[in-house]
Write a protein that binds this ligand. Structure first.
Ligand code: ZN
Length: 173
């Protein structure tokens, strides 16, 4: 297995819209394992393929305390939503930034698992938040899109500073 590089906001590749995944093969199983390893290592509770620059509808997730309930969603669709909740969210693509986002309290999702078997999941609370957050990634959306323009500006500045610190300057060779 291998750790995959995670794209960071405001990378334009986070804006690509993922296409339906068409082939479930051995290469995909390896990719799924690598995505889990990358997510657990970060550490995070969900990772959408968009974040590792793979633009097909694939999400891995584990919101359990013990990190022993891995979930894979292929070609997921939210077929029903109910209620609302506001939760403080973070994102592996926007490190160190946390903000309140309003989401549906409950969602019903239909998807394929890693073996291509169809399943239906009735999710609420944190799991429902995570599903909506990751499905947004596949649609080219990032959670900071929901913030006010002023807050988004602060986030952009923070990320810019972070990326400048990581990139060697020309003078340094
Ligand atoms: Zn995210």
């Amino acid at each position: 297995m291998a750790l995959l590089p995670i794209l960071e906001y405001p990378d334009e590749r986070l804006r690509k819209v993922a296409k339906p995944l068409e082939r479930i093969d051995a290469a995909l199983q390896r990719l799924i394992d690598d995505m889990f390893e990358t997510m657990y290592d970060a550490p995070g509770i969900g990772l959408a393929a968009t974040q590792i620059d793979f633009h097909q509808q694939l999400i891995v997730m584990d919101v359990s305390e013990e990190k022993d309930q891995p979930l894979v969603f292929i070609n997921a669709r939210i077929v029903e939503t109910e209620g609302s909740q506001t939760c403080q969210e973070g994102c592996l693509s926007v490190p160190t930034v946390f903000a309140d986002v309003a989401r549906a309290e409950r969602v019903i999702v239909e998807a394929l698992d890693r073996h291509g078997e169809a399943f239906r999941l009735d999710a609420s609370g944190l799991l429902a938040v995570c599903i909506q957050h990751e499905m947004d990634h596949l649609a080219g959306k990032v959670f900071v899109d929901y913030l006010s323009p002023l807050k988004r500006q602060l986030v952009a500045r923070k990320m810019d500073k972070r990326h400048r610190q990581q990139t060697p300057t020309r003078a340094a060779g």
